[in-house]
Each structure stands twice: as structure tokens, then as C-alpha cells.
Design a protein around this ligand. Sequence first.
Ligand code: UDP
Ligand code: MG
Length: 310
Amino acid sequence: MISILCPCYNEEKALPLFIQRITQVISAIPETFEILFVNDGSTDSTLDLLKSYSQQDSRIKVVDFSRNFGKEAALTAALDYAQGDAVIPIDADLQDPPELMADMIAKWHEGYEVVLARRADRSSDSWLKRVTAKMFYKFHNAISNPHIPENVGDFRLMDRAVIEALKGCRESCRFMKGLFAWAGFRSCTLDYRREVRSAGRAKLNGWKLWTLALEGITSFSTAPLTIWLYLGGAISLSAFAYLAYIFMRTVISGVEVPGYASIVCMILFFGGLNLVGIGLIGQYLGRTYIESKRRPVYIVRKVYGDNSEA
Ligand code: UDP
Ligand code: MG
């Protein structure tokens, strides 16, 4: 069986189109399917829609969250509740073409445990989103191990073995793309064209994406912490050289009073540098604090269309 995982947050406009297209696609594939929706605290009629779908179709299951926990938490829950031998997370807005699933499943039968779907054509995304995404991948991969494949989202196929490995990662600060890459396994890549959103508005705005990027970098690299060691060392060394220079100059040509501007500049420069350094340490400290509480990643209100709990 294959589990299709779909996190939904206020998707009442996109869902009817999604259900129509996905049922069409899976009826043409000779496999059994379950479609697992996670209602991530929607405030519109998403839950009512999902409930009625699950009554009409026994393959459709719904996990209802007690509030909005974010897409990463919704995906985590979907992985926990999925019962398939392979899973395919997919967005509700049809930006990921369900038609690609047939090829993914074929690759899976060839023996690949992870089948990635790469956005070969991102022209449906805004210029700013493309540029910032590119910068993120460059920066992240320069300082983190393992690398996350560029332009690959959550839309992919993963074997049961991968899911079991991921279930072992219970950190609260979750960057799913990074965790997926961290798990490893044998993978191959398929290319696809990223469509525009079918209906409704995008939920992940600029600020949420920035927070997610920060999460990704701090979750998988401590290079931003280490850098201060070298930066501090370099600055101390040059300060020492400058000190020696001032000392020699004073010995040779006596005391000079002017220098107010340069002192103010230096105070501001190093004050700023200190604050950035402390802020960065704070980022890591804050995450350590959150992790130390060991709170659950999400809270489920109710599960519809399925008797077996995860
Ligand atoms: N989503 C979610 N919780 C959130 C935000 C988004 O479950 O807090 C879901 C959303 O319903 C959609 C998917 O995540 O199915 C991707 O969201 P969106 O299309 O807004 O993101 P983008 O395509 O812009 O990355
Ligand atoms: Mg989208």
C-alpha cells in the first residue's frame, strides 16, 4: 500500500480540485492507496470537507490537529500515522503534479528507497522566491552536512525503511527537508514543472520562509557558532598589531591627541559585531531550551476514517 500525505491549512478552495485530480490519478495506478490528510488547525470549512470525503471513500483518513502547528509538524504527524509501504507527501494546492506519482512508484519498484521530485522549472514562483531559494541552498550546503538537494521539496516518495528512520528523530525544531536528506538511503531524481497554485492563497509567506531557513541552518550546522572563534581571533590579532604600531609611534614621535572619529567608529563596529555574535548564540541557546522541554511536536484532536492509532 502507498500512503499519500497531504497537510492542509485553510484549503477549502483547493481541496475539491485536489480530490478530483488525485482520485483520477490513483485509479489508473495498480496499487492500493490511502490518502491521509492532516488538518493543521484550519479556520475555514476544510475539516468539514475532509470529514465528508472520508465518509464517502474508505481510503481517505483525516488527522485533525488541536490548532495550527505548521507544515513541518503536519508532515511529521502524517508520517507517524501513515500505514503504507511507501509514502508520498504532496501539497493540497496541486503545485506538485500527482501524475508524477506513477513514475515515482515505478522507480520505487526498481529498488530506490527515495525518489526525489526536482522542480526543473520554477517559473511559476516569483523572481524573489527563486533568488532567495537559490541563496538558501548555496549557503546551507556550504556549511551543513549532509547537503540538501537543490530545488527538491517535500514532494517525493519514501520507502517504509526511511519513515522508520525518521520516526526516531523527535526534535521539536523540525526542518523536514533536512531530516529527509539526513536519513540518507538510495535515491534517484525525477524532474517536473512546478505549477501555479490551483486555488486559495499561499500560506508560507516571506517571514515564515525566512524562519524556516533559519531553522534549517541552525538545525544542521554549528558553523555560525564556530565562525566567531575565527573572527574573534583575527580581530584580536590585528588589534594587537595595531597596539604595537601605536606604541612604536608614540615612542618615536610622541603623544598625538586627534583620533576621536576613529575611536567612535571602532566602538560602533565592535559593539555591533558583539551583538550579532550574542544574537547568534541566542538562536542556538533558544533552540536548546525548546528541545530540553521535550514537548510533543503536535497534538491530535481526533482521527477520522480509521480505527487504528499510530
Ligand atoms: N500548510 C500547512 N500548515 C501551515 C502552512 C501550510 O499544513 O501552517 C500546508 C498547505 O495547506 C499546503 C502546503 O502546506 O498544502 C504548502 O503550503 P503553501 O502552498 O502555502 O506553500 P508554498 O507552496 O508557497 O511553499
Ligand atoms: Mg503551494
